[in-house]
Design a protein around this ligand. Structure first.
Ligand code: BDR
Ligand code: CA
Length: 314
């Protein structure tokens, strides 16, 4: 079994990633930690608790609330145009009786990493603020996490918030630079691969027709929340009835690295440039000198990835 912590800003694609993890045999979600981003951090925690109630994993999944703002930068707003006012496309999920734990996200990550050294797979689906704060709390954390799969960044494709920056990196570039140069075993799953990995309305039809009986409520949630996500992607990216599975792909890749083609790259994150803040600067020279090596996904077997995602619910 894989012990996993999911750190996220529970929007629509984060929700799909969480539901996938909870429905995957062999994965034990040890906790979900939240961060500001798509919505504020309290809403992210509330959405997470509601999703846990919806998925009913059969074991307790603690939820820890994390950072409400970036390490250095002022908060500039949320991505409600992408994910809806409540972060999950306006879908009203029943409330949960579970409460968040009395630990911050960073404290939670550090405690679990120390309880299970070398075992925890951390999947980050939002800003890297919580992980950066965790590195402050435990200088030896880098050797205690088995893997850190990061949804974020882009190397060869344009950004999605600015011409060069992807949202999760742009939202806290200081934290991202800290994480990417920390020596943590990072796998960066960015727009280079997530934009190719799309769920479509045909896929939703398949789920509605052939979905498992005990996944009915989950599938209904997916159908309703994705209607909102599709609308954004149609207006902003001219995608017709489809949307990228950013966060689910990062989570799946943490479990099945063979879905991706990866390259070791030395990277830094720009955090000063007026037009380039949040850009992942990869040193692609023959003898790279700038930054630390991380693993970067450059290609994906998208069809297989989407198939694996769907089959968790069928
Ligand atoms: C990332 O930004 C967020 O809006 C999504 O949830 C995803 O994590 C994509 O750039
Ligand atoms: Ca996210």
């Amino acid at each position: 079994t894989t012990r996993m912590i999911i750190d996220c800003d529970t929007g629509i694609d984060d929700a799909l990633a969480i539901l996938y993890a909870l429905r995957t045999p062999g994965v034990v979600v040890e906790g979900i930690t939240t961060v500001f981003g798509n919505i504020d951090v309290a809403q992210a925690a509330d959405n997470t608790l509601r999703l846990l109630a919806l998925a009913n994993p059969g074991y307790e999944v603690p939820v820890a609330i994390g950072a409400s703002r970036a390490l250095v930068r002022e908060l500039t707003g949320f991505s409600t145009h992408v994910h809806g006012d409540n972060g999950i496309g306006g879908v009203q999920l029943p409330s949960s009786t579970q409460r968040p734990v009395n630990e911050t996200a960073a404290e939670f990550i550090v405690r679990l990493a120390n309880e299970h050294p070398g075992e925890i797979v951390l999947v980050t689906l939002g800003r890297l603020t919580n992980l950066s704060l965790a590195l402050d709390l435990d200088a030896e954390l880098t050797g205690k996490l088995k893997k850190v799969a990061v949804m974020g960044g882009t190397i060869f494709k344009p950004g999605n918030v600015t011409p060069v920056a992807e949202a999760n990196i742009w939202g806290d570039p200081e934290a991202a630079d800290r994480v990417f140069t920390s020596g943590l075993p990072v796998l960066m799953v960015g727009l280079d691969v997530t934009l190719k990995t799309r769920i479509t309305s045909e896929h939703l039809e398949l789920l509605k027709r052939f979905g498992r009986e005990d996944c009915r409520d989950i599938i209904q949630f997916m159908d309703e929340s994705l209607a909102f996500y599709f609308k954004f992607y149609r207006e902003a990216n001219y995608l017709i009835n489809s949307a990228p599975l950013h966060d689910p792909l990062a989570l799946m890749a943490a479990l099945r690295p063979d879905l991706l083609t990866c390259r070791q790259m030395k990277v830094r994150v720009e955090h000063q440039g007026e037009h380039t803040a949040g850009m992942v600067v990869a040193d692609l020279r023959a003898q790279p000198k700038v930054g630390e090596f991380i693993e970067v996904a450059v290609d994906v077997d998208a069809e297989r990835a989407v198939g694996i995602f769907l089959s968790a619910f069928m």
